[in-house]
Each structure stands twice: as C-alpha cells, then as structure tokens.
Design a protein around this ligand. Structure first.
Ligand code: SF4
Length: 424
C-alpha cells in the first residue's frame, strides 16, 4: 500500500501554491494523500513567518499535529519559518524530524533514532518550486504564482530577506500551469505582482505583467490579480485588468500619510491613491477594490491616523484589511524610534475596522436587487468578480446550482460582507 502524506498549509495564498507543488512531488514519488494526520506516514506543516501571530499559529499547529501523528509518522516543517528560523526552530522543537527550507525535498525516509535533519538555506535547493507541476485543482479556481521574492525594501517587511530578490517565471511555464489546472478562475499572485518581469529586462522587462494578464485571460474565463504595488499600476495594466472581465483591484497601499509612507520606505500618498481609484472607477464603474493597511508603524501620529480614517471614508473601498505593526527582526523598522503603544494601536484598529465594516456593509446592501454572474465554489457558496476567494465575503446561492460552473443569480439580501442570491 502507498505511503500516506498529510499537508497543513498556513499563511498566504503564495504558500498554498508551494504546498500544491510539494503535493505534486509527493504524488510523483508514489505517495497518496490523506486528510487524517493520524493516518499519515509523512506530516508536513508549511509555515508562515510573516508576523508574530502567524508564527504562533505555525508553532501551535506543529505541536497539535505532533500530538495527532501516529507512531513512526514523520513530522516535517517547511515554508517561511523553516527558512527564516531553521536552526532555532529545530532546537526549540525537538519533536520535529526535519526542518526543510524552500526547495529542499521533504521525504518519508525515517532517520535513525535521535538523528534529525535540518536543511535550511545552507542546503542547495533541488526543487524549483516555482516551476514544478502541481496536481489538477480540486476547486473551480486556483492561485498561480508568477514570481518569487521581492526587490523592494519596505521598512516593515522581512520577506525580501528570506525569500530573496524577485525571480520572474517564464510566461510559457505560467501558461502551461494555467492549462494544466483546468479551472474557471486563475488568481495570479506574487510578492509584488506588477513588477513581474523587471528582474529579466532583456526577455521580459517592466510592464511584462500586461501581456501576461492578456495571455492568461485568453485561456480562462476569470483572471484575478492580487497584490498590486500602487506605483506600477499603469494605464495599460488597468486596461488589461478591466478587459479580463474581473475588474478587481487589490492595491497594496499600507498607509496614506506621505511622511509615514516615506518612513515605511514606500511610494505614494493618499491624494495620489484617491486619484488613481477615481480614474479606475471612471473607466469601469463596477470595479471592486481591496487594500491592506498597517496600523501603529513607528512614528504614526494622531494626524497620520486621522488621514487614514479620512481616506477610508473618502475612498469607499469594498474590502480593507487593517493589521497592527509587528517589529520584525532584521528589518529597517525594527530599530526605528517612535514606537506606538499596543493599547493605542488597538484603539486605532478598532476605529478603522468599525468604519470599514460599515462601508463594506453599505456597499453590499447596494447590490441587493442586482443580477450577477457567479462561480459556484462549493454547494450553496459562490462568488462574483467582486469577491476574491478565501479573502472577501461570499454569496449564498441555492443548493442546486452546479459546483464549478457559472450561473446568473439575483441578489436578494445582504448580511454584513456576505450576500444571499436566488436563481433567475
Ligand atoms: S513590496 Fe514591500 S511589503 Fe511587499 S514583499 Fe516587497 S518588501 Fe515586502
């Protein structure tokens, strides 16, 4: 009988893609998946190290799976935490059999008693996760990672230090993956999506995201883009996104106060962002917007916070995430003065979230009575172009709508971020 594996994935969509590819290699090795960690010969935890909370969740998951695994089952930790804290992690968690950084194969071969393997960045990656095949998607949509790493130096972010500089994939390899997945929606992801191609000036070059989006969109009904750094949101890219039929703009703004953005070592300011959003709405009135903001970055004043509140009110974005600043070892911001007390960060977060929840609910209410095309993700649960999978709200639909297919429905009710629809 085939050896069984169980993979638990934490963190962002980009990690999900890595897990899919890892699963592809395990299947190619003749192993079979199980959704019961207690039955698995190999238990893999693909961790997230983005912020404190994510690290805690990763550790809790590792410990919980250690409790559940069967005698002789091998526990392997991979992903960002393994890459960033490999040695420390191995030392702190003696129950783990292998700590494997990016691209280091995980395998089921048991080590002799007492010998553990730590294979972090020092080990030469033998798997190119970016270009590995992955199994056919089990849902009607799938993430596709178009680049790895990041060439920017945002003050709060440790990602470039452990994911390295940007490495864009070949267009042909991305398109092959899209074809192979056979889904109705492709969600393109990368650390800095609009910079795709800049690291390969002779073959791809700046702006290569535009032909890529067009090429993907020619192959699947819906193409969605996540994580757009605002300075690279060119007119051509806006046109290409609108032409996909999914006018969804996930703008990575992080703040709107110009002085604070410079302290974050980022581009832009609230006025520019508002102008760009207005441009897009003028081009496509049905455009949906999401953004993320960091609250309590060192030096964030009451005025900065007020600017952010005013922006949120003015911009009327569909979806916003607000995250508290977390000082990350080795980042520029870790040594900045002007730390904002946690109690004040929590007050600011609560104020922003309350305001945005009202805006989101109002924008959802406005959709009542309209007819929309939805993709049914699972029984009775669907999304329109306004909702990114796993991130935004959902649309409750009648149970008889075929999963994996598009349907036209009428929105009849709203419950906060979620909508209820009936068949036409
Ligand atoms: S763009 Fe900034 S926040 Fe995003 S991964 Fe790069 S450095 Fe980090």
């Amino acid at each position: 009988m085939a050896q069984l594996f169980y993979v638990e994935t934490l963190g962002c969509p980009k990690n999900q893609v890595d897990s899919d590819k890892l699963i592809g290699t395990l299947l190619a090795d003749g192993m079979a998946p199980t959704d019961d960690p207690a039955a698995a010969d190999l238990v893999v935890v693909n961790t997230c190290a983005f912020i404190d909370v994510a690290r805690k969740e990763s550790i809790d998951t590792i410990l919980a799976l250690d409790d559940q695994r069967k005698a002789g089952g091998r526990l392997v930790v991979t992903g960002c935490m393994a890459e960033r804290y490999g040695d420390e992690l191995a030392e702190a968690l003696p129950e783990v059999d292998q700590v494997a950084g990016f691209g280091v194969p995980v395998n089921v071969v048991a080590k002799p008693e007492g010998k553990r393997s730590i294979a972090v960045s020092a080990a030469i990656p033998t798997l190119d996760l970016l270009n590995l095949p992955r199994p056919k998607s089990t849902s009607p949509w799938a993430y596709v990672k178009i680049a790895e790493g990041c060439d920017r130096t945002c003050g709060f972010c440790a990602i470039p230090s452990f994911r390295g500089p940007q490495r864009s994939r070949d267009i042909s390899s991305i398109l092959d993956e899209v074809d192979q997945l056979q889904v109705n929606e492709i969600v393109l992801v990368a650390q800095d999506l609009a910079s795709y191609g800049k690291d390969r000036p002779s073959e791809l070059g700046a702006g290569a995201i535009v032909p890529l989006v067009r090429a993907v969109s020619a192959r699947v009904p819906w193409t969605r883009l996540l994580y757009l750094y605002p300075s690279d949101l060119s007119d051509d890219l806006i046109d290409a996104i609108c032409e996909t039929g999914v006018p969804y703009f996930d703008l990575s703004l992080q703040h709107v106060s110009k002085s604070l953005l410079r302290r974050m070592r980022r581009w832009g300011d609230g006025d520019r962002f508002l102008r760009r959003i207005a441009d897009i709405r003028e081009r496509e009135s049905a455009a949906a917007f999401r953004s993320n903001f960091i609250v309590g970055y060192p030096g964030e004043t009451e005025q900065d916070h007020d600017q952010l509140l005013a922006f949120v009110e003015h911009a009327q974005l569909d979806w916003c995430g607000f995250f508290s600043f977390s000082p990350e070892e080795g980042t520029y911001a870790a040594d900045l003065d002007g730390a904002v007390p946690m109690s004040l960060i929590n007050d600011r977060l609560a104020e922003l979230r309350e305001l945005q929840d009202e805006i989101t609910a109002r924008r959802r209410d406005e959709l009542i009575g309209s007819t929309v095309k939805v993709l049914v993700d699972s029984v009775a649960e669907a999304r329109s172009t306004r909702e990114a999978p796993e991130i935004d709200g959902i649309i409750e639909v009648p149970e008889d709508l075929v999963v994996g297919q598009f349907h036209d429905v009428r929105i009849v009710d709203a419950m906060g971020p979620d909508l209820v629809a009936e068949s036409l």
